[in-house]
Design a protein around this ligand. Structure first.
Ligand code: SPV
Ligand code: MG
Length: 307
């Protein structure tokens, strides 16, 4: 992706076709694709350096990092701004969690257009009402009307054009409906311009996800989020032809655990002497944010010191 910025911080500037094309290729490829959660420029750069070919801009993680609940408390412009930092700090495509589109078809197409302008590769929209609530919180997850949500998808597709990746997520299983409702919804969304279908589950086993994938039979690529059924080996997903796995919140949860432990130790030890080896050194931080490029640029653009 050709960045307007002269320094894609945190990553080597490897030009690729376009973020949407790369994401589409990942989702359509025969291999199982893994998207790693990130929630800011730094976590995006870390995930890219770990080797992930694509990222998930998680609504849960972005809102949590901002100190909001995953209930559309963060505004869509705040989310877009975070995604822009993620785009600038990496060279891998980013699928953005667009929640339920921040309103009706009109809000959804506005958000999608802005995300495309800021360099995101695609958006995932879920068939819930606004404001949505994180799928793992409580039991009240009313679904959007199937026809109204289909209109939201069509509006996004018509606004962003064919390249921008549109993932339709059904929350039918989260809302307590069965497989048939999930399949009916997925079918309607496939007919409304979606490129892939995300089927979400809050069960601790993957049975309903695997059943969905078998019955869906690759009508469109299937994307899953194994947060609760984390023990299932990925070979099970390969067997039923699932396209993409999203590790949806693990960078944020690792950060929480790391910060909690370090804060606790510093507080009780009244010293940082014992934790130096446990934290990333500053050189790593500087590398991630691309300070080396800044040094090069200074040589090029600052006048030479004469005295
Ligand atoms: C997110 O990462 O924000 C998601 C996945 O939408 S979940 O939190 O499982 O709903
Ligand atoms: Mg979300």
């Amino acid at each position: 992706m050709n960045k307007a910025m002269p320094f894609p911080i945190g990553a080597e500037a490897v030009p690729v076709a376009s973020p949407s094309t790369s994401l589409r290729e990942l989702i359509l490829s025969k291999d199982l694709t893994f998207l790693m959660e990130a929630h800011d420029g730094l976590s995006a750069a870390i995930a890219e350096r770990a080797g992930f070919k694509g990222l998930w801009a998680s609504g849960l993680s972005i809102s949590s990092a901002l100190g909001y609940r995953d209930a559309n408390e963060a505004s869509w412009t705040q989310v877009v701004d975070v995604v822009e930092r993620m785009v600038d700090s990496t060279n891998v495509p980013i699928l953005v969690d667009g929640d339920s589109g921040f309103g009706n078809f009109n809000n959804a197409r506005l958000v999608a257009r802005k995300l495309k302008q800021r360099g995101a590769a695609g958006i995932c929209l879920e068939d819930k009402a606004f404001p949505k609530l994180n799928s793992f919180v409580g039991d009240r997850h009313p679904l959007a009307d199937i026809y109204e949500f289909s209109g939201r998808l069509k509006a996004v597709r018509d606004t962003t054009g064919p390249a921008f990746v549109l993932v339709a997520r059904t929350e039918a299983l989260i809302a307590g409906y069965g497989l048939d409702v999930a399949l009916d919804r997925a079918e309607a969304f496939a007919n409304s311009g979606a490129d892939a279908v995300l089927i979400h589950s809050r069960k601790s086993v993957a049975d309903e996800i695997l059943d969905f994938a078998k019955k869906w039979n690759n009508r469109l690529p299937v994307v899953i989020v194994p947060t609760k059924y984390y023990k299932t080996p990925v070979s099970a997903y390969r067997e039923v032809g699932i396209s993409t796995v999203i590790w949806a919140n693990h960078a944020l949860r690792a950060a929480i655990a790391g910060m909690r432990d370090i804060c606790g130790r510093i507080r009780s030890e009244e010293s940082v002497a014992g934790i130096e080896e446990r934290v990333a050194d500053l050189e790593e931080l500087f590398r991630l944010i691309g300070y080396d490029e800044l040094e090069q640029a200074e040589k090029q653009y600052l006048p030479k010191q004469t005295a």
